[in-house]
Design a protein around this ligand. Structure first.
Ligand code: 15L
Length: 265
């Protein structure tokens, strides 16, 4: 499938920057947006500056778009005000704009922190109740519920990606379980964009890691097949982080240090 026009929000963010050059292959025009100026458009791109909390800007942003990859919003634990603006008001503005402009599918960057207060000795599937580990995880749980409501009421399809840790390499022992390589991130986003029928589906975004806390049994219809694994990094990560404090909540719960992060730093 090749989309006439795809929108990537948060294109200046960590994963937005990773996906921006990669998504071009799947569309004629890639519209990229961020709340700050992104500079010049590359070939085949349209560049927009838009704030998620500005309903009029979001309406203009979604004009004549076939599908959205929503990477925008706050991506860490923070005070409530920016989370409210980016991840709560922003999600409502995005979905209202999608409804008014007739956009049929959104790929939503949710997060593993929706279930961050499950323990690391539990295997969680996408039908178990959320256990957010902070305001940030809570806002992503709201985003998933909002996506469900827009599917039930308005027929807008969403795949909510509960992304693990998508970095060039896993940085610590926790990320041996939560790692999602950039190539697998691309595979996941493309599968979510192109699966024939998704309604509102939830899937954990992880590579084919030897240890895992997540079960994607109920998301097999999306057709995501990870091809990378954290295992190649394991010896180096274990050598670097030899000691684990087993009393530390960051080593007990899946959300890691997020379970201890306070909104005030
Ligand atoms: C997230 O949701 C964050 O956006 C990212 O920065 C990572 O910290 C990741 O979770 C993680 O759990 O490792």
């Amino acid at each position: 499938i090749r989309f006439p026009r795809l929108l990537l929000t948060g294109a200046g963010g960590n994963l937005g920057q990773v996906l921006r050059p990669r998504l071009k292959a799947y569309c004629d025009v890639l519209r990229v947006s961020h709340r700050r100026d992104l500079g010049l458009a590359a070939k085949g791109e349209e560049v927009h500056t838009a704030s998620l909390e500005d309903a009029d800007q979001m309406l203009a942003l979604l004009d004549d778009v076939n599908a959205v990859v929503h990477m925008g919003g706050v991506s860490t634990e923070q005070p409530w005000a920016p989370i409210l603006a980016g991840n709560i008001v922003g999600m409502v503005n995005l979905y209202e704009a999608a409804r008014l402009k007739g956009v049929q599918r959104i790929v939503f960057a949710s997060s593993n922190h929706v279930t961050g207060f499950y323990r690391q000795d539990e295997v969680v599937n996408t039908r178990m109740p959320p256990k957010p580990d902070g305001f940030y995880g809570l806002s992503k749980a709201f985003g998933e519920d909002l996506a469900q409501m827009y599917w039930d009421r308005w027929g807008i399809e969403t795949v909510s990606l509960r992304i693990g840790s998508s970095f060039a390499e896993p940085k610590d022992r926790r990320m041996l379980a939560t790692y999602l390589s950039y190539d697998d991130l691309e595979r996941l986003v493309v599968a979510a964009l192109t699966a024939p029928i998704v309604g509102h589906s939830i899937i954990y975004g992880m590579s084919d890691n030897q240890t895992t806390w997540w079960d994607n049994t109920h998301a097999q219809h999306i057709g995501y097949r990870p091809q990378d694994s954290s295992d190649v990094f394991r010896p180096a990560v274990e050598a670097r982080q030899q000691h684990i404090d087993r009393q530390d909540p960051a080593a007990i719960y899946q959300g890691g240090a997020f379970v201890k992060a306070t909104p005030h730093g």
